[in-house]
Design a protein around this ligand. Sequence first.
Ligand code: SAM
Length: 272
Amino acid sequence: MGGKDEFYNRAKQQGYRSRASYKLQQIDEAEELFERGDTVVDLGAAPGGWLQVAAEEVGEQGTVIGVDLQRIDDLDDHDVETLRGDMTDERTQHYLGKAMGDEKADVVVSDMAPNMTGEYSLDHARSVHLARQAFEVAEEFLAPGGHFVVKVFQGEDLHDFREEVSEHFEYVRAMSPEASRDASSEVFLVGKGRITAPVEEGDRLTVEIEHEGDEGDGIAYLEGYSLFVPGAEAGDTVEVVVDDLKPKFGFAELVDDEDENDGERGGDSDDG
Ligand code: SAM
């Protein structure tokens, strides 16, 4: 095939700048990333295949910003803003912040890849480094509920990176789209529904119930994040354990005083 495979040919015919376009299309079909009017940040965007797909999906009301080390030629059919710079350089992050203004991103995607040396563990380590950089950008610019897609080469640090990302999204899935070459070690982690809660599941804390929700649950506010507490009433100060976090609100259970007292009574005897 001389490297010119089905997706390469399709890209040529359909006017996409790279075969990579189909990877993003396939991820979008599986995970429903984009909506009309969304703001999208694309890292490692040259030559612009993903920019074309994102721009098509968000439509004219949407905003797409692409960043790459390489210059990205203007797109003919879409109004896309591009920046040239190294995402590992703070200056580039600063310019991206300027381009975003007060906007938050609905989707952050990264197809960044290091120059391959052929040395497996080095290429993997560099890829994870770039993926972490993309995750930092997501943490800074992604709106609550927003989605994150990042390319990583498989290897020993992938598991830990995936765990880190998982803590901040409703769920994370690893995907190998059909358009990735068979021999490629790349996977795409897709984080759906960014969670911005200032607590984690399992945390135990004391909260003040300020309101009551429609379903009768008490609501406490933690730095603007709503925590629903079934069985608590407005005005109560209660101890809770966080048990389920969604992007914009979460649930916590009242710590049962009786269980506590039982526990304490049980603790009257010597520990050993
Ligand atoms: N998604 C693109 C498309 O559809 O056309 C293809 C991206 S290509 C696989 C990977 C890109 O990551 C390269 O253009 C490369 O210049 C870029 N890249 C690698 N390291 C980078 C960095 N530190 N900062 C910005 N871009 C980087």
